[in-house]
Design a protein around this ligand. Structure first.
Ligand SMILES: [Zn+2]
Length: 128
């Protein structure tokens, strides 16, 4: 666990290079929440700022940490698309409002994104 934050920083910088995200300011935070390996939060465009909250215990293995950071950086990479999809779903809800199952559609969008992010992580993680 020594130099854990430094390790995270190095992996993030490498991911920024691989994904062409050098214009992002990525802040690292830590959490004890056992429900997830990590989470990414983004600020509004055009600020290009994001925070990755990492569970130290779940990412104690170097292999897991690499996977986790690549995964979260791909979420950041897809940020524009994610926001667009969220806005499309909200617009459908607000304009049509006919028994529109907003929650299910949102959930489905997130599930699809997770599958895509996992696939991309598997392709790109060996570059780290
Ligand atoms: Zn994810």
């Amino acid at each position: 666990m020594k130099n854990f934050k430094k390790q995270c920083r190095q992996l993030i910088v490498k991911c920024q290079d691989i994904l062409d995200l050098k214009h992002y300011k990525v802040t690292i935070a830590f959490s004890e929440d056992e429900d997830y390996y990590a989470n990414a939060f983004y600020e509004e465009i055009p600020d290009h700022e994001a925070t990755i909250v990492i569970n130290k215990r779940k990412n104690a293995e170097a292999k897991d940490l690499k996977d986790t950071i690549m995964h979260e950086m791909i979420h950041i990479y897809l940020y524009d698309y994610t926001i667009y999809v969220e806005n499309v779903v909200r617009t459908i809800r607000d304009v049509y409002d006919i028994n529109f199952d907003f929650k299910t559609m949102f959930k489905k969008c997130y599930e699809k994104e997770e599958i895509l992010v996992e696939k991309l992580t598997n392709v790109l993680k060996d570059k780290l």
